[in-house]
Structure formats: C-alpha cells, structure tokens
Design a protein around this ligand. Structure first.
Ligand code: NAI
Ligand code: AKG
Length: 532
C-alpha cells in the first residue's frame, strides 16, 4: 500500500510507517502544486499532510485507491473534506498535539508586541542604539480578549493569567462552567470584549461565522490602540481592513502567524509595515509538537489501514446497512429536533438529555440518533466540519455533555424522541417528536412541554400571545399584508384567556420588520423565526 507523505512530518512518524512491511512510504521533499500531485497520488492509499499541501477535489478524484488523508495538525481547511466524504475517504487529524506549541507562540507574540522585540532587534542589527523608540508596555494589569476558548485559547488564558493579565473570552458555544474554572470572564456579546481589550488574540476555526469576522467594522468597535494576534487562520482577518486600521492608529500593532494566502506573497504590503510582527505559520513548528503530531498521524493511519479502526476522524459516519435502515427515520427527526432547539436555546448550555421512549427504546443503536440530535443542535455554531463522527468530541470540547435514556415510561405516541436542554440544573427548553402514520412522516409534537404539531422543514414562526378573540385573524392579516402565506397554524393555550403558544408554518420567510411589527403588539411576545 502506497503512503505519500506530502509535507514534512517528524522522522519518528515516518519511521513508524516505514516499519510496516505492508506500506511503501514515499516522502516528497518539497511542496507540490495540485497539477504536480495528480500523477503521484494515482496509486496512493494514504496521503499525509500538514497545512501546506492542498488536498483538493481533483487530487482526491485522481487518487483512485485513496482510503485516508492524515493531517498532522488541527485545521483541515487544506483538505476538501466534503469531496473526501463523497469518495469514502476518511480524513483524520491530530487535535491536541500542537496545542501547547501554538499557545506558547501566542505568548511570544504578546510579549514581542508589548516590547517591540523584532523591531528593536532589527535596529540593533542595523547598527543603531535607540532606546527611546522601543519603549513598550507591561502585560500585567492589561486586558486580554480571547476569541475562541478551545484547546489553544484555554492554554493561552492560563498563561496570560499567570502574567497578571485580566482575561476576557468570547466563545458563544462553550459551557459557562468550563470557562469559570479557567478564571476567564466570558462575555455574551463580542462587543463587550472589543470595548475593553488591550490585546485580542484569535483562536477560532474558519467557519461561516468567523471568516472575515475581524473587519473594518470590528476594528472600529475595538478600543483605540488595541494590539492583535492571529495564530489561528488568516481568513478570519480582512487583511486590507487591518492595514487601514493600522494606518489610522485604531490598531497599534499586530502579530500574525497565518495569512489569507500562504505562503504570504513576497510583495504583500504586510511585509513592509513597521507595526506588524510576522512569522511564517510557525504555531506548530516545534520539535515536540511535530513529534506528537507526526507519531499520532502515523498511528491513526496505520490502525485504520490495517485494522479498520477509525480514530480522530473528521468525517465519515460508520453504520452497517441493516442498522442504518432501522435508525434512518430517527436520524432525520433527531437532526430536526436538535436544529429547532439549537435555534431557540440560549447560547451557553451544559447538557442535552435525550429520551428514547415507546418503540424508539428498542432501536439497536441509539448512538447515531444522539449524534444526529447533536449535529442539528450544533449547526448553530456554523462550524462546517461537524459531522456524525466528530460531533461528540466537539460537543465535549464545548463543555456540553449528552445523556441518553431508553425509557420504559408510558408515552402518548408509539415512537417518542424527546430532547431536553439544560443550563446547570435548570431545564431551558425541550422538544419531542414522533412519526405520523409512517416513519417517512416525522413531526415535532411537543415544545416547551406543550403539545404542538410542527412539520420538520421550512420556516416556522413561533410566538406567545394572550388568548383573546380575533388574535388568529390579526396575525394572519398582518402576515398576509406582507405577502407571507401561512401553510399551517397550530395553537396551544394553558387556559381560556391565558397565554397561548402559536406555531405557524410559513411558505416564505418574513423580514425582520414583520417580526418587529408583531412584537409591537402588547398581547404578543417571544416572536421567534426558525428554519428547519
Ligand atoms: N498557527 C498554527 O500553526 C496553528 C493554528 N491552529 C488553528 O488554531 C485554531 C484553534 O485551534 P484549537 O484551539 O485546537 O481548536 P478548538 O476546536 O479546540 O477550539 C476552537 C474554539 O473556537 C470556538 N469558536 C468556533 N466558532 C466561534 C465563533 N464564531 N466565535 C467564537 N468562538 C468560536 C469553538 O467553540 C472552540 O471552543 C484553529 O483554527 C486551528 O486550525 C491550530 C494549531 C496550530
Ligand atoms: O502543521 C502545521 O505546521 C500547521 C498547523 C496548523 O495550522 C493546525 O494544526 O491547524
């Protein structure tokens, strides 16, 4: 079996691969373009990469024998994971192996920014002795804002606290308890962090929500003179906007390890800017990190190719055909219940409690269904790389625990899937679903412990209202006036004249202004639009 090592990984990792008589290991001595890779991958069973080689759809399609792509590192944005999944290729990474090294580089960047070390060094090399120009600031007592408190962000937090910094964190998907134990002040709105932070460091993946997040508007909302560090991914910062903010002095300096285009072009304006400190994507470039990642990637690839064991996979669900047929309807229902709750639940939650009742308790394997619930729930994070294989570990990283129960308690429906969401001991929301007539017809039938009937696709408008005559007509007329057609409507009230939960299935999505108009009615509140 041919294993093509496309980027340099630790010799120990290569030795481990070479020690297997089943493998022919070929190591490329330099980075290859897509075009150059095509003939080389045609008979490869495994590709090993760091962040340099791009494993594109064309590369995957040209590699007809490919079974696994091993990424010695965290980010898999250089691998077309969707194409890999479509072609049955497992993508595995080594999360954790380079956490400490990247956190330490971030600390080095913080200190270098505060004391202008590279600039002072360059002036010494140029024969100068300029003490005045390189006067700096202390870290102690300063406020550090961390965007993304995962593995690396948390390690940075610990180190910054030891330096006497006050640490603020923004990570809307992380459970509060995990952050409290770190000693970080978690903010709900990123602006709270922007307003106070003297330094801001980025430790998020590139997602729909984070791509371009640090743009002109974000810089304008930051404390004037803020200093930035990016050891995560270049696409998170809009580079022209950063240059403009540096020119205006809104951003006093930045230390960057990653760029929108890598390698950074030789004539890129960043290279000449005096307030920038630049490194060529060195976060993981230490002996220790490379050894950990190199050995781990060799181990996971070996286990997969020789025994079929899947570890650290970022894609590829794994179910035999019979079990898949049995759980399939529940996968759809579970994903939609999760998606509904994800859109209605508050940002920081600690626990999902999933109950399998009625015939659902007899499912041969509830794990894939729970994963589907989690996938739906976490779709709110915008992380495109979440899938059934990695969703539990992502939830764990976010501090969300999942409990499952096969319940014998009598239920109203033949099949019953119920999900409760908790913040600490407090249940914040719950929803339950079943099938009407056949497994092809899933329905959400319980929300906030109230009976409802929600179809599982399309635009759903939810609101609570005072139960008074004319309310249904009023809502219908208001939506009609804005060209919104109601496909179905469902009402539940606690008592005549009390509060009612109204659920409308709409043919098209109303604008924000329509929702605001509904909200202005004193008898209507909690107006929420969700998309399933
Ligand atoms: N410079 C380098 O050489 C290295 C760069 N990295 C990059 O660093 C980043 C972080 O890596 P890890 O800490 O290992 O990942 P992680 O998955 O442990 O942590 C990422 C955190 O970002 C949070 N997040 C996601 N979307 C967010 C949003 N919209 N707003 C705020 N927070 C959000 C997640 O909830 C999670 O807690 C990744 O992009 C990775 O590729 C990682 C290793 C080396
Ligand atoms: O392998 C490298 O040097 C890059 C590491 C990285 O960016 C990652 O693990 O996400």
């Amino acid at each position: 079996m041919k294993i093509l090592v496309c980027d340099p990984i630790a010799p120990k990792g290569i030795e481990l691969l070479k020690a297997r008589p089943e493998f022919q290991v070929e190591v490329l001595s330099r980075r290859h373009s897509e075009e150059e890779l095509l003939p080389l991958v045609s008979d490869a069973v495994a590709l090993v990469v760091r962040s340099e080689t791009r494993v594109t759809r064309r590369v995957i399609e040209a590699a007809r024998s490919l079974r696994v792509v091993g990424r010695a590192g965290v980010g898999v944005d250089n691998v077309d994971v969707e194409a890999a999944t479509q072609h049955g290729v497992v993508v595995m990474n080594t999360p954790g192996g380079n956490t400490i090294s990247t956190a330490e580089l971030t600390m080095a960047m913080l200190l270098a920014l505060a004391r202008k070390l590279p600039q002072a060094h360059a002036s010494m090399v140029a024969g100068q002795w300029d003490r005045k120009q390189f006067s700096g600031i202390e870290l102690a007592g300063k406020k550090l804002g961390i965007l993304g408190l995962g593995r690396i962000g948390s390690e940075v937090a610990k180190r910054a606290l030891a330096f006497g910094m006050e640490v603020f964190g923004y990570d809307p998907f992380l459970a509060d308890a995990r952050v409290k134990s770190l000693g970080v002040r978690l903010v709900n709105e990123v602006d709270e962090l922007y307003r106070v932070a003297d330094f801001i460091t980025v430790h998020m993946p590139v997602t729909e929500l984070t791509r371009g997040m640090l743009n002109a508007s974000a810089f304008a909302r930051m404390k004037p003179g803020v200093r930035l560090i990016n050891c995560a991914r270049g696409e998170i910062i809009v580079e022209e906007d950063l240059l403009a903010a540096l020119e205006r002095g809104q951003v006093a300096g930045a230390a960057l390890d990653v760029y929108a285009t890598e390698p950074l072009p030789a004539d890129h304006p960043f290279r000449k800017h005096p307030a920038l400190i630049l490194t060529p994507h060195l976060g993981a470039s230490t002996k220790e990190a490379q050894e950990k990642c190199g050995v781990e990637v060799a181990e996971v690839i070996t286990s997969y190719l020789l025994t079929g064991e899947v570890r650290n996979a970022v894609n590829l669900p794994y179910l035999d055909a019979k079990t898949y047929e049995q759980v399939k309807p529940y996968l759809v229902l579970g994903e939609k219940l999760g998606r509904l709750l994800g859109q209605l639940a508050p940002e920081q939650v600690d626990r999902l409690y999933i109950t399998y009742g009625g015939r659902a308790r007899e499912l041969p394997n509830v794990d894939p269904v729970s994963r589907a619930v989690l996938m739906g729930f976490l779709s709110r994070t915008g992380m495109g790389t979440i899938n059934t294989v990695n969703v539990r570990s992502i939830a764990a990283t976010l501090g969300i625990t999942v409990e499952e129960k096969r319940s014998n308690e009598p239920v109203t429906y033949n099949e019953w899937l119920h999900v409760q969401v908790f913040q600490g001991d407090q249940k914040v929301i719950s929803a339950g679903g079943t099938f009407f007539g056949s497994p092809q017809n899933p329905r959400i039938v319980r929300l906030y412990s109230m009976p409802v009937e929600i179809p599982i696709s399309g635009h759903i408008l939810l609101l609570t209202n005072r139960d008074r005559p004319g309310m249904v007509g009023h809502i219908g007329t208001l939506l009609g006036r804005h060209g919104i057609n109601i496909a179905s409507m469902n009402l539940h009230r606690d008592e005549a004249g009390g509060r009612a939960l109204t659920v409308l299935h709409l043919d098209n999505a109303p604008d924000r202004s329509v929702l605001e108009e509904l909200e202005r009615d004193p008898d209507i509140d909690n107006v929420r639009l969700v998309y399933l």
